[in-house]
Design a protein around this ligand. Structure first.
Ligand code: TYD
Length: 134
């Protein structure tokens, strides 16, 4: 499955923390869009889609949440709770995001502008596409 934990550059001192993610170092794609999710809670479940081409990096810059990911064969659950690391998610990975802490802010870096055509929004269609890709 095309996912990877990425450690960012940390420059913390007595004045606070400063975290850096740079193109071609920690970020393997050109960032064409960012968005962030907050105001979710422990009951919220989001995601429930995969992308045909999009690459993303999820960063819990505050608080925490969980992401369950599958490529149809392997399934993994990752807890995002560290502002100094991110989760790279390649294309063709189904994701579900849940267990948000009340203070969670989930920042997402994306390789392309928003396109609804790039989404696969039903699990049945995702599995069908994965089978066709083999
Ligand atoms: P949605 O795909 O439901 O979010 P999630 O994947 O977290 O469950 O997106 C919510 C709404 O926001 C939906 O109407 C599409 C819109 N949206 C944009 O317009 N641009 C974007 O970049 C994103 C990510 C969503």
């Amino acid at each position: 499955m095309d996912i990877k934990k990425i450690e960012f550059q940390q420059h913390g001192d007595s004045r606070g923390m400063l975290v850096v993610a740079e193109y071609q170092k920690e970020i393997p794609f050109t960032v064409k869009r960012i968005y962030y999710i907050y105001g979710a809670d422990s009951e919220t479940r989001r995601g429930f889609h995969s992308h045909k081409n999009l690459q993303q990096i999820y960063i819990a810059i505050h608080g925490s949440c969980k992401v369950t990911l599958t490529d149809g064969k392997t399934t993994e659950t990752v807890c995002l709770d560290d502002a100094a690391s991110g989760l790279y998610i390649g294309h063709n990975v189904w994701r579900e995001i849940y267990d948000f802490s009340d203070d969670a802010v989930l920042l997402v870096l994306a390789s392309e502008p928003y396109s609804e055509d790039d989404y696969i929004r039903t699990y049945d269609q995702f599995i069908q596409t994965q089978t066709e890709n083999i």
